[in-house]
Structures are given as structure tokens and as C-alpha cells.
Write a protein that binds this ligand. Structure first.
Ligand SMILES: Cc1cc2nc3c(=O)[nH]c(=O)nc-3n(C[C@H](O)[C@H](O)[C@H](O)COP(=O)(O)OP(=O)(O)OC[C@H]3O[C@@H](n4cnc5c(N)ncnc54)[C@H](O)[C@@H]3O)c2cc1C
Length: 477
């Protein structure tokens, strides 16, 4: 018990309120039906595809063995193509989709849809080849060869399939862990080429693609939507925001031996629909490595001309930030993220941060409007030296009347917990209830390493916080 209170520090309430900028376009909570609408849209598209297959005589063709293989091959090919395009749309950063799900969940769904699409694509290939081979009384390998060289677009489709095999194999968890993120990401981009190469064979040889005017409009519509979404939200909007806001690095400040803050100045930043707690994908044009963007959360509330991130050195990209020179131009993609003041549902809020997860929560601490005592920050770190941004946190807490508790120490051995080893005598939920007795009536914002967040979330739920009142951002997907 004493172990927790030892690290507890509270700050007196002050009548002064944090300065917030009234005209800022802060993000708001999106209605729950957005998620349902996106999900229903995806399922509907598959229903349309199956209906098109049926109306194209898919069921009648099941009468013979050869016909059945070919027909099943067509169905799996169509559903696979549909899922492939849904996959592209999921990662296109379409605002409604991005805000309804958040990028971590989208990445998980993209992965699931990706594997299904790939499996169905392989089933399509095998079934079509067997069906055609049976009908022509040919060896399947000979049939495959003839199809590849004789049918329009097939050679490109085979090349596209090989690229998709490469992308899928390198995305299997075991293989992915062995690759550097940079290498995996670069390989992953070949998926776009793979998808592109598969288009012509669908157009030139795909029966259902051209079987009716509706089918043609549907498939062309879906392809155009996917390409347009990528062009608008992954290329156009980021380039526009980068040029309009013209962000430049003003300073790089060392916060601890392995953490730096990067300060940036830009134009009309209030026009960005960003709130404290959200993140951008950043590229710093100050040397090699700018080709790959990295996601970092704002660690201070945005102002009309400044943004700041605070980053822990975890690999090549984050390490390079310490060497970014003032004056460097910054390319941004975003803002993204569901961790912002707009998702709050209750007056009382508990912010739970671990390690560099403090970054977005430090910004939220600054921006959340609250009466003294409404906001509590629980900040977990390995050692006192790892408590970055501490002076600022204490200044904000003094000004706003927020309560701050530091939980410092090594991880608890033998149990997955959000607590340090010094609190081993307490259960996760008991410790949380001790620090924030009325936690059940709070919104809880979480950020830290994934296992830590899982333990903290569980503790909050055990203390009676409904899952809908827990908001988090994951730093790795
Ligand atoms: C939404 C979000 C917000 C984040 N905010 C912060 C922050 O405020 N401060 C901070 O220090 N860190 C933050 N991170 C983590 C940070 O992005 C990674 O630590 C950093 O990109 C590592 O890159 P690297 O080249 O240094 O190391 P690498 O060795 O390349 O990567 C280390 C690990 O980081 C993850 N990672 C790397 N790049 C990406 C990427 N583009 N997208 C998703 N995951 C990636 C991978 O899981 C990888 O295994 C955030 C991550 C996410 C997803």
C-alpha cells in the first residue's frame, strides 16, 4: 500500500485556467452508426458480387464437374477482387472510415481481409485452371501455361499474383518479425502494383465484369473509387496541407538520454482539424530516411503556429530525429487518431500513460477543459529519469488542479500488470481503485506499450469503467 502513495504527488488547485484557442477546429466524437455504415457497405458489396455471379448463371454451371470448378473459380475470384479493393479502401485514410475505426483497428481489419482475399485468390487460380483443364481434357499444368500465354492480360495477372504472394508471405507474423519495418513496408507497397496488374485480366477475360451494364458500372465504380481515394487522401490532402501550413523545424530538445522533442512552426495551424492527443505521419526533409513517414502524436496542445512531438529512440527513424536540423521542411499526413478531447463523455477523466505513451496524454492534460480535481494523470515509468516532460506536467497540474501520480519502477515479474514491482501486493484493480476511488465514473484515456495497455484496460473494466468510456491509441499494430 505504502509503495503507491510514496510516488504520489498532488498539486493544489489554481483559479487559473489553461489557455485554449476558441477558433480551433477541434475533432468531435463520431456517431456510432458511422462504423455500422462502413461495415454494412463492405458486406453489401460482397452480396452484390454474389448476386452478379448468380445472375451470370453461376449456379446453373455447377451441374458438371468441370463447370463446377470453373464456376467456383469465378466466384472466389470475384469475392477476392472485391476484398482486395475493400482492403485498399480501408487503408486509404478516408476520413469517415479512419475516424470511425482508428488506424490500429483498420490495420487489423486490413490484415484479416488481406489474408481472406489472398486465400480466395489462390482458390480462384486453382479452381479455374482445373475447370478449364477438365473441359479441354488437358493436363492442368499445360492448361495453366496456355492460359498464361494465350489469354489477354493473364501474363500481367500472374506477375501481379506473384507480387501479392510476396506481400502476403512477408506479412505472416513470423516472417514480419524477422524483417525491419522499413523493408517490410517497402515490400508491402508492391501490393498496389500487384492489384494494378490484376486489373487487365478482369477487364479482358472476366465474364462477370462485363456480363451486364450493372456489373460493368459496379466494378468500374469500385476500381475508380479505390484509385480516387488513394489519390485524394493519401496523396492530395497531405501535399495540400504540407504546402499550405509550411511546417519547419524550429528546435530539437533533448528530454532524456533516449527521448527528444521536435518543435515546429507553421502557418494557419488552426485550420488543421487537429486536437491534442492526435497524431500525424511525419517526414523530416533533412537527410536520408525522409522517404518513409513515421507516426508520432502531438505532445503539446497545438497552437496557431506551433506543433510539438516527443519521440523515443527505438530504431533508425526515431533515432534520426535527434539530428534533424532547425529550418528543415516537414511533410505531414493527418491528423489522425481517436484520442482527443472530443471523445470524452464524462466530466471526470483519468489519463493512464506508460513510457513514451505520455506524449499524447501530456497534450490532453493541457487541453482538456476541467474543474480542479476532475483530471487525474497516472504516469508509469521505469525510473525517475524516464519521467520525461515532468516539469511541464507539474506546471499544468498546478495551473489546472489536475492530480498526478507517478508509478516508477521495474515491471512486476510473473504477472502481466500495469503496476511497478513495488506494488506487487496489490491487484491491478485494487491499486487503480486506491489511486482513483471514483474511477467507475471517469472516462479513461490510455497510451503505452500494448501489454501494459491491455493490463490497464482490464483493471479499469474490473473497477467498473464501461468499455465505451475507455479511449486508447496503440503505438504498434
Ligand atoms: C498512432 C501512433 C502514434 C505514435 N506516437 C508516438 C509518439 O508520440 N512518440 C514516440 O516516441 N513514438 C510514437 N509512436 C511509435 C513510433 O511511430 C515508432 O516507435 C517509430 O515509428 C519507430 O520507427 P523506427 O524507424 O525508429 O524504428 P523501427 O525499428 O523501424 O520500428 C520499431 C517498431 O515501431 C513500429 N513502427 C515503425 N514505423 C511505424 C509506422 N510507420 N507505423 C506503425 N508502426 C510503426 C513497428 O511496430 C516497429 O516494429 C507512435 C506510433 C503510432 C502507431
Amino acid at each position: 500500500m505504502a509503495t503507491l502513495t510514496e510516488v504520489r504527488e498532488t498539486y493544489p488547485a489554481s483559479p487559473q485556467r489553461p489557455v485554449r484557442v476558441a477558433q480551433q477546429r477541434v475533432p468531435v466524437r463520431v456517431p456510432g452508426w458511422w462504423r455500422d455504415a462502413v461495415g454494412v457497405g463492405a458486406w453489401l458489396s460482397m452480396l452484390v458480387v454474389v448476386a452478379l455471379w448468380i445472375s451470370g448463371g453461376g449456379i446453373q454451371s455447377l451441374g458438371t464437374v468441370a463447370g463446377a470448378f470453373t464456376s467456383i473459380g469465378r466466384l472466389t475470384g470475384l469475392v477476392s477482387a472485391d476484398l482486395l479493393l475493400i482492403q485498399v479502401l480501408l487503408m486509404a485514410r478516408i476520413p469517415m472510415v479512419e475516424r470511425a475505426y482508428g488506424q490500429d483497428e483498420l490495420a487489423r481489419r486490413h490484415r484479416l481481409v488481406g489474408f481472406w482475399s489472398f486465400n480466395l485468390m489462390m482458390a480462384h487460380l486453382v479452381a479455374i485452371v482445373i475447370g478449364y483443364a477438365l473441359a479441354a481434357n488437358l493436363n492442368p499444368f499445360v492448361q495453366f501455361w496456355e492460359m498464361t500465354v494465350d489469354y489477354p492480360g493473364m501474363l500481367l495477372a500472374v506477375a501481379g499474383t506473384l507480387l501479392l504472394v510476396l506481400v502476403t508471405v512477408t506479412s505472416i507474423r513470423k516472417a514480419r518479425k524477422k524483417l525491419r519495418y522499413e523493408s517490410w513496408h517497402l515490400l508491402h507497397l508492391y501490393a498496389y502494383l500487384g492489384v494494378g496488374l490484376a486489373i487487365p485480366h478482369q477487364l479482358w477475360t472476366g465474364q462477370e465484369f462485363l456480363s451486364s451494364t450493372f456489373a460493368t458500372i459496379y466494378w468500374w465504380g469500385l476500381w475508380i473509387a479505390a484509385v480516387a481515394a488513394i489519390a485524394i487522401w493519401r496523396v492530395g490532402v497531405p501535399l495540400y496541407r504540407t504546402f499550405v501550413h509550411d511546417l519547419r523545424v524550429t528546435a530539437v530538445v533533448r528530454e532524456s538520454p533516449d527521448v527528444v522533442s521536435v518543435w515546429m512552426r507553421g502557418r494557419n495551424l488552426l485550420d488543421l482539424p487537429v486536437g491534442a492527443g492526435q497524431f500525424f505521419n511525419w517526414r523530416f526533409l533533412s537527410g536520408p530516411g525522409w522517404t518513409r513517414s513515421h507516426p508520432y502524436s502531438l505532445s503539446a496542445a497545438p497552437t496557431h503556429d506551433t506543433l510539438r512531438i516527443t519521440v523515443k529512440d527505438l530504431g533508425d527513424g526515431s533515432h534520426a530525429l535527434a539530428g534533424v536540423t532547425p529550418g528543415s521542411r516537414v511533410v505531414i499526413e493527418g491528423p489522425y487518431g481517436r484520442l482527443h478531447a472530443g471523445v470524452r463523455t464524462r466530466p471526470k477523466v483519468t489519463l493512464m500513460a506508460s513510457g513514451i505513451g505520455i506524449s499524447p496524454l501530456r497534450a490532453l492534460l493541457e487541453e482538456l477543459p476541467a474543474a480542479p480535481g476532475d483530471v487525474t494523470l497516472l504516469y508509469r515509468a521505469h525510473s525517475q529519469a524516464d519521467l520525461v516532460l515532468r516539469a511541464e506536467i507539474e506546471e499544468i497540474a498546478t495551473r489546472t488542479g489536475a492530480r498526478v501520480y507517478y508509478l516508477v519502477g521495474r515491471r512486476l515479474a510473473g504477472r502481466s500488470s500495469w503496476l511497478p514491482e513495488s506494488a506487487a501486493s496489490l491487484t491491478d484493480a485494487a491499486a487503480l481503485a486506491q489511486l482513483v476511488p471514483d474511477i467507475a465514473s471517469h472516462d479513461v484515456f490510455l497510451c503505452g506499450a500494448n501489454p501494459w495497455m491491455d493490463a490497464a484496460r482490464l483493471a479499469a473494466i474490473e473497477c467498473g469503467v464501461p468499455a465505451a468510456h475507455i479511449h486508447d491509441e496503440r503505438f504498434s499494430w
